[in-house]
Design a protein around this ligand. Structure first.
Ligand code: NAD
Length: 444
């Protein structure tokens, strides 16, 4: 009830946008000041490397700064009224109380994509981190208080999804639920949210093709393909685990890829030499192992990995070796479904048309990448791919100005960019007549 009461009392939304933005700017500065501490907490919780956690914290601060800048300069907009002696104004108002439900793979970064636009829009909210990774969210809430976010505006609840999360999705006092997580949870939340027709924003899973054409720079393509997959041990919604290779380079690419995969340093995220940490939990590792076993049964050829490492020093963690399947086809479950682990599938294709058709033959539509030197092909492929983000000759590039979200089952709505702020706003049209006249119609 705190966020509803605070929202109703105008406590936060009545402040000027510039004033709310200044609080966000202070919070960004505090995140930068405490970046090492936050990164360490993120690594302790998620297992990802300290380097990756450090990048996440820098991105969190950038997102806060971006929305402070964007939201802080927002004002009413005049429309051209078709009628004389009248004015027409577009007013953007906060949607109200928001439930912000986050996953475990990028705990604070995903939270910042929601918290920053929600706060600058004037909303109040309840933020629920994953039960597996609450630490940075809790520290962030302390920093938010220090930055000047008033009590009751940003609230944290902890606990399991099916009880605590479900309560948020159902609650009649919640006006919007913004959720990042798996597709089936997203479907459950959407059903629950229908009870009071709350607005729903969903950032869901992905199965993301990374297409390498014959004319791409091979070494660079291998390097970017590795970055596309092995950040956070493949537990990334945009991971480019579905590699599609044109026939002319397929064998040479696979050979070079395997040579580099062999050398990936696995270990604790806290150790400097580590390039890839563990999976999030024993249960999740079992799930990845089950998908790997099923892939072999459906005919994919296991070339590397496919099991936890044998190194005694890694026996107590939920590690899994970088894994590579060749001879994959678009019908296989390992190609169609999200594995969320360090598992690459390779499909071979001949023509551009075939690549486009296969890449689009998926229930998901979060992100895709392709590599080529041909400008005409760049134009055709960029337009033809049905995904929320398309990377050309690069992979996994995110920044606050660029909207992020999925086509098809990868979600509804957008985070980041101006579209990410609009999710938290209602649009009101105010029409005023300055010289009202009688119509003299009914009953005259
Ligand atoms: P998840 O769906 O299991 O859980 C996400 C959050 O929802 C957690 O906080 C959880 O407690 C909560 N939750 C679970 N059941 C709920 C319910 N019935 N009602 C309300 N809340 C509930 O997802 P996860 O395993 O934490 O995250 C991995 C998934 O997230 C992957 O599918 C990944 O692709 C996706 N993801 C997507 C993006 C994106 O930007 N599209 C980003 C990161 C992760």
């Amino acid at each position: 009830t705190a966020p509803r009461a605070i929202f109703s009392r105008d406590h936060w939304r009545a402040r000027s946008a510039a004033d709310r933005a200044s609080v966000l700017t202070r919070l960004a500065a505090l995140v930068r000041e405490h970046a090492d501490e936050l990164a360490r907490l993120e690594t302790l919780d998620t297992g990802k490397t300290l380097t990756e956690s450090g990048w996440d914290m820098s991105d969190v601060a950038d997102v806060l700064d971006y929305y402070a800048e964007l939201g802080g300069r927002e004002g009413d907009e005049s429309l051209v009224s078709p009628n004389p002696n009248s004015s027409s104004t577009l007013v953007r108002e906060p949607i109200g109380v928001c439930a912000l439900i986050c996953p475990w793979n990028y705990p604070l970064l995903q939270a910042s994509w929601k918290v920053a636009p929600a706060l600058v829009a004037g909303c109040t909210g309840v933020l629920k981190p994953s039960e597996l990774t609450p630490l940075t969210t809790l520290r962030f809430a302390e920093l938010a208080q220090e930055a000047g976010v008033p009590d009751g505006v940003l609230n944290i609840v902890l606990g399991p999804g099916p009880t605590v999360g479900a309560e948020l999705a159902e609650h009649p006092d919640v006006d919007l639920v913004s959720f990042t997580g798996g597709v089936s949870t997203g479907q459950t939340i959407m059903r629950a949210a229908s009870c009071n027709l709350k607005r729903v924003a969903l950032e869901l899973g992905g199965k993301n093709p990374h297409i390498i054409f014959d004319d791409a720079d091979l070494d660079l393509a291998v390097d970017h393909a590795l970055n596309g997959v092995f950040f956070h041990a493949g537990q990334v919604c945009s991971a480019g685990t579905r590699l599609m290779l044109q026939a002319g380079i397929c064998d040479a690419f696979t050979e070079r890829l395997m040579a580099r995969m062999e050398r990936i340093q696995i270990g604790s995220g806290l150790e400097e030499a580590t390039q890839m940490g563990p999976l999030i939990s024993a249960e999740h590792r079992d799930g990845v192992a089950a998908r790997v076993a099923a892939a072999q049964e459906e005919g994919a050829r296991l070339m590397m990995g496919g099991r936890p490492p044998e190194d005694e020093a890694l026996a107590r963690g939920f590690y899994y070796l970088p894994t590579l399947f060749t001879e994959c086809t678009a019908e296989m479950a390992v190609v169609r479904d999200e594995v969320f682990g360090p598992v690459i599938t390779i499909e071979r294709f001949s023509t551009e048309e075939e690549a486009l058709r296969l890449a689009n033959d998926t229930d998901y539509g979060l992100s895709a990448g392709f590599r080529t030197a041909d400008p005409d092909r760049i134009d055709r492929m960029s337009r033809g791919l049905r995904f929320g983000t398309v990377w050309v000759n690069d992979y996994n590039v995110y920044f606050a100005q660029a909207p992020w979200g999925g086509f098809k089952r990868s979600g509804i709505g957008r985070e980041l960019g101006a579209a990410g702020l609009e999710e938290y706003q209602e649009i009101k049209h105010v029409y005023q007549s300055h010289a009202p006249e009688s119509l003299g119609w009914f009953g005259s």
